[in-house]
Ligand binder design. Structure first.
Ligand code: SF4
Length: 459
């Protein structure tokens, strides 16, 4: 696919409005406290019905040594490493409580440690945590076990330790190599630090290594970002995530330390994006969707080609049919036809676990309409197409009748060249792929009811 067809500046300008990232449908905005830990327990126990589905585990380590000013994650910034001790003690308890709900024969085929900064933990703590997980869950030998790495928080032997305890995938946070940008966002990280970790990971046999970059940061321009890309492309990571910085200082406190005057203009941001797509496509990367690119022989690109790509809270995934257990503060789980989220502060989390209860504080039980719309949004966002007869058959509906309003709205998107709306398929055209969120928004019943919800801009 040529980038010139992928990147249509006029369309992007016209459709550049706020929208969800659809790591779930319904999105977390719809979760509420009626879904509490007792409802979660029921869903968890019912999920053990045959045929047994595999499990996916997400573990949240919230601590960071320093704050990056662009950050919108849930984290605890501290230099006090001893704070990890009570957190890990409670996390071990939560693992045991969660494991008691699930059939021990269910294999774990996917595990992810995110944060915060998972490598804020000492090697001994990481070993101990992984052992704690293995004591209660069966980790499948062929599973995908990934961790988010901050190269500033690794020692010379950290990568070998991670491999030894079972990790085989990683993503590396980089964002931008330009010193002026790094200073403005308070994340000073040398190329040497980053590439030393990358080389160690390759030596240790890590697969599908991903590098995260952000565009739209202070002092960035298309030319300056190009220099970062030059350096990244010399090492050709299997995957690249290019995130859009959304400046929302009223929602995310650290962003107040970013000067608005230093941010690139909207048109410069678009130039950065255009340039980046151009360069990545020319370097042989495939556009997977949303912010993600992968080399053609990477598992994500292969999964997209053979129709098995899926999207969850960690982004795109090759493991579709798992129940996801969220562990640690703020983590989100997906069990059966439900989503649930853990408490967001350390104190609340500790108190709930100390009282013998799971720290779930909100969630949602999906109704029939949610499930149908989720299936449609997942197909569109992962495969850029929708097979209408298979949806009609699986959900026992007449598509055009059920979605009569949506069908009309799609006509405008078709006239604008984003998609083709056929009798059998909705096919997203190359120019619509960067705007796949907008297309999915057509099928979002909650957005249709309430157009005022707050999300970051699509591009
Ligand atoms: S971007 Fe990552 S390392 Fe930086 S403050 Fe946020 S969670 Fe921590």
């Amino acid at each position: 696919m040529q980038q010139t067809t992928l990147f249509d500046i006029e369309l992007i300008r016209r459709y550049d409005k706020a929208g969800p990232r659809y790591t779930s449908y319904p999105t977390a905005v719809q979760f509420d406290s009626h879904f509490d830990e007792s409802v979660y327990r029921e869903y968890a126990l019912n999920s053990n019905a045959a045929p047994l589905k595999p499990l996916s585990l997400y573990v949240h380590i919230p601590f960071c040594d320093t704050v990056c000013f662009y950050c919108a994650c849930n984290k605890v910034v501290t230099k006090n490493r001893s704070l990890a001790v009570p957190y890990l003690a409670h996390l071990h308890q939560e693992i045991a409580m969660q494991a008691a709900l699930f059939n021990r024969e269910r294999p774990v085929t996917q595990l992810h440690w995110g944060g915060g900064t998972p490598t804020f933990l000492s090697h001994a703590q990481m070993r101990d945590l992984m052992q704690g997980i293995k004591n209660y869950f069966q980790l499948d030998d062929s599973g995908e076990y990934s961790i988010e790495i901050d190269p500033r928080e690794t020692q010379s032997d950290t990568i070998a330790v991670l491999r030894e305890i079972g990790f085989n995938r990683m993503s590396l946070g980089v964002q931008d190599f330009e010193p002026q940008v790094q200073k403005a966002v308070n994340r000073i990280q040398s190329e040497e630090q980053t590439f030393t970790v990358l080389e160690a990971a390759r030596r240790e046999g890590f697969k599908s290594i991903s590098i995260d970059l952000i565009y739209g940061l202070p002092h960035q321009s298309a030319d300056s970002f190009s220099k970062t890309l030059d350096k990244i492309l010399t090492v050709k990571p299997e995957r690249l995530s290019i995130f859009n910085y959304a400046h929302l200082p009223t929602l995310f406190k650290p962003q107040r330390r970013i000067e608005v005057a230093d941010l690139p203009s909207p048109s410069e941001k678009l130039r950065i994006l255009q340039n980046t797509i151009n360069r990545l496509i020319n370097a042989g990367y495939i556009y997977i969707g949303m912010d993600h690119f992968a080399l053609p022989d990477d598992e994500l690109a292969i999964a997209q080609r053979n129709g098995s790509l899926y999207r969850n809270f960690q982004g795109y995934s090759t493991h579709a049919d798992c129940d996801l257990i969220g562990l640690g503060i703020t983590s989100i789980g997906k069990v059966g036809d439900s989503y649930s989220q853990n408490l967001k502060t350390l104190d609340e989390y500790y108190a709930q676990i100390d009282s013998g209860q799971l720290p779930v504080f909100r969630g949602i039980a999906l109704n029939a309409d949610d499930k149908l719309r989720r299936a449609i949004i997942t197909q569109l966002i992962c495969h850029f197409s929708l097979d209408i007869p298979s949806i009609e058959q699986e959900y026992n509906i007449d598509f055009k009748q059920y979605f009569s309003e949506e069908w009309r709205d799609l006509e405008t998107l078709q006239e604008d060249g984003l998609l083709i709306r056929g009798e059998q398929r909705i096919e997203i055209l190359p120019a619509g792929r960067l705007l796949v969120r907008n297309i999915c928004m057509t099928f979002d019943a909650y957005l249709r009811q309430n157009k005022e919800q707050r999300f970051s801009k699509v591009i």
